[in-house]
Design a protein around this ligand. Structure first.
Ligand SMILES: Nc1ncnc2c1ncn2[C@@H]1O[C@H](COP(=O)(O)OP(=O)(O)OP(=O)(O)O)[C@@H](O)[C@H]1O
Length: 339
């Protein structure tokens, strides 16, 4: 649905230049929630703003469906841009307009009849749960409510795509989750493709189907969230995942301090899907006779898929350990001996 082809964006003049994107290729499929994660300065905003050409690439093409929109005139582009709603980290609402008028704004711009505006804005207020707040001004709303207005406004012209520029970065964790749930509902109910940029793996893990990791203006890794999360290939991806684990350093220190030899090993086990909830370890060790201590355990979901990770120290004969690993491997997503 969206295809970026060899996209390069260079800022500056002939004396000083910054290359924000370099020969970047990316394809986003209709109906998916696609996340782009990267550190500050990696090129996320430039990439997102290139999709609707708020940022014009220095070279390369942006395709929307069958149209190379980089080849369109500014007037033709306005028409295409209406099919792409956008929401922002700091909401960008009109402070002197009510909630109702903020949402009605893009409809008035395209001269929508008054009754239709009333109907549409009422439906949107209902969708984002702000019916009681229609006559309030942005200053009277919480951050989460402001973002709901931003979302309603972005949906006013029935877009096919919603571009989200760090939409939850200014919100507390609980409000972040409620906005993410709303985005998920919008994707499911309205079938709108969502492209979001973030620097938080949590956001990707909660709602995205696929993820691309951007670093120094290029995509260094991409794929379904479960694959990238469970088998990160690139250093930057591993760093993002590690940042999610508040106790990563403590765990490293514990593992480091434990004596390990052929009879005692530390193993990482990843569970995915329903196996996450099953007593696999306790059943298997009864057969193989090894003992174990759990050093760390995590349970979460990746979008709708349950996911768990255990860091376990096993003790037993080499033969018993290997037999244990083989039996566990046949029932879980993967097992890795880490020390
Ligand atoms: N208008 C501009 N003029 C000059 N350089 C720019 C401009 N916009 C971005 N840059 C530079 O391009 C690079 C990528 O910036 P971009 O804002 O796309 O990164 P980002 O990943 O979104 O960062 P952040 O998370 O901090 O917003 C950075 O080195 C930045 O300094």
């Amino acid at each position: 649905m969206i295809r970026l082809n060899q996209l390069t964006k260079t800022y500056g003049n002939k004396h000083k230049q910054t290359t924000a994107l370099q020969n970047l290729d990316l394809t986003i499929t209709q109906g998916e929630i696609f996340g782009i994660i990267g550190h500050s300065g990696a090129g996320k905003s430039t990439l997102l703003r290139s999709i609707n050409l708020l940022e014009r690439p220095t070279s390369g093409e942006v395709w929307f469906g069958d149209t190379n929109i980089t080849a369109l005139s500014e007037k033709e582009l306005q028409h295409v841009r209406r099919k792409m709603g956008m929401i922002f980290q700091h909401f960008n609402l009109l402070s002197s307009a009510t909630v109702y008028d903020n949402i009605a704004f893009p409809l008035r711009l395209v001269r929508t009849p008054k009754e239709e505006i009333e109907q549409k804005v009422s439906n949107l207020l209902k969708l984002v749960g702000l019916e009681e707040h229609r006559n309030k001004y942005p200053a009277q709303l919480s951050g989460g409510q402001k973002q709901r207005v931003g979302i309603a406004r972005a949906l006013a012209n029935d877009p096919q795509v919603l571009l989200c520029d760090e939409a939850t970065s200014a919100l507390d964790p609980q409000t972040t989750n409620s906005i993410l749930r709303l985005l998920l509902d919008i994707n499911k109910q309205l079938g709108i493709t969502i492209v979001l940029i973030t620097h938080e793996m949590h956001v990707i893990q909660t709602i995205c189907d696929r993820v691309a990791v951007i670093h120094d203006g290029n995509i260094v890794e991409q794929g379904p969230v479960t694959e990238v999360f469970l088998k990160p290939e690139h250093r930057v991806t591993r760093e993002f995942i590690r940042e999610e684990n508040e106790n990563a350093e403590l765990l490293d220190a514990i593992i480091e301090s434990l004596p390990t030899n052929d009879h005692a090993q530390v193993v990482k086990i990843n569970f995915l899907g329903t196996s996450t909830y099953e007593p696999i370890l306790s059943v298997i060790v009864q057969t193989t006779g090894v003992s174990f201590a759990i050093l760390q355990g995590t349970i979460a979901t990746m979008k709708d898929t349950p996911y768990g990770q255990l860091i376990v120290r096993f003790e037993g004969s080499q033969e018993a350990l290997e037999r244990t690993y083989r039996m566990i491997e046949s029932q879980v997503h993967e097992l890795e001996v880490i020390r």
